[in-house]
Design a binder for this molecule. Structure first.
Ligand SMILES: [Fe+2]
Ligand SMILES: [Fe+2]
Length: 282
């Protein structure tokens, strides 16, 4: 089966004045006065939908950061944005740190996308189990944390699994060189505890994540489990800065991921990355 992986769309809507409390005010300054919003593009975001409909994978997973500042307007925009895909194929997502931007946005994400919320969700996708783990919380330093209860649920889910497992989470475990991911202010605080579970359970065959907007692939643990980060699917086309949008499509069989195609936005359409997946770097 073919599984498409998108991440970090970061749909933006300018917040209402009444929504500009504390952290969101800082975020809005960063986005609209410091120019971060120019890093993302409605053209590539629309292009992702066109490409998914054209490629027609068996299902799509999104590893978070659907929005920029987790306002109702942004969540509604994402829901409308992804609807053509949802109408054609199964779609699953987990929140990113930008979707749990402030304390009250946790409720907003769950209300819109995950009313029966569980921090660990196992989804039978045919040859393998997709296990999505929510490690995000509202934090001034943009960190993630796998809570003790989440680790227990994950341990149990992996113990119970009768199939190979593809794990999805928002935060990287490792950086592009395979070293522990940093800086600690933007990282999963207890990534080591998640890695220990990957080492413990041989059924885990791959890890998918986002958060770091330049994509990379690496491995983790004693079994060299492959890790894939496609890179932000909502990135603007800025070739002089070596930056554009990407997403991945995996070939999956009972042994895990057996092939990866990475698609890059050329300013007009998404096409397979020249030279093969990750040949052009981030
Ligand atoms: Fe992001
Ligand atoms: Fe993120």
């Amino acid at each position: 089966m073919r599984l498409a992986h998108i991440t970090d769309l970061h749909l933006e809507r300018v917040p209402q004045l009444s929504e500009l409390g504390n952290k969101r005010l800082l975020g809005a300054v960063n986005l609209y006065l410091m120019g971060r919003s120019k890093h993302f593009s409605a053209d590539s975001q629309r292009g992702v939908i066109d490409a998914l409909l054209r490629l027609a994978p068996d299902r799509v997973v999104c590893t978070g950061d659907l929005t920029a500042t987790a306002t109702y307007a942004e969540f509604d925009a994402f829901k409308e944005f992804i609807q053509p895909v949802v109408a054609k194929m199964p779609f699953d997502c987990i929140p990113g740190n930008h979707d749990l931007y402030t304390g009250e946005s946790t409720g907003r994400y769950r209300e819109r996308f995950d009313p029966e919320f569980s921090p660990v969700r196992t989804i039978d996708i045919g040859p393998v189990t997709l296990c999505l783990v929510d490690v995000c919380f509202a934090d001034w330093m943009s960190r993630g944390r796998a809570e003790p209860a989440t680790l227990l649920l994950l341990d149990q889910a992996l113990t119970d699994s009768t199939k190979s497992v593809i794990l999805g989470l928002h935060y990287p475990l490792r950086d592009r060189r395979g070293a522990v991911y940093g800086p600690h202010t933007r990282a999963l605080i207890n990534a080591a505890e998640v890695e220990a579970l990957i080492d413990k359970h041989a059924c885990v065959k791959a890890v998918l994540h986002g958060h770091e907007h330049h994509g990379f692939r690496t491995t983790v643990g004693a079994r060299s489990v492959p890790i894939f980060n496609p890179g932000a699917a909502g990135y603007a086309f800025l070739p002089k800065k070596g930056r554009t949008a990407h997403f991945n499509v995996y070939d999956v069989d009972a042994s895990g991921i057996v092939g990866v195609e990475r698609y890059a936005w050329n300013g007009d359409t998404f096409e397979p990355e020249a030279g093969g997946a990750y040949a052009t770097g981030g």
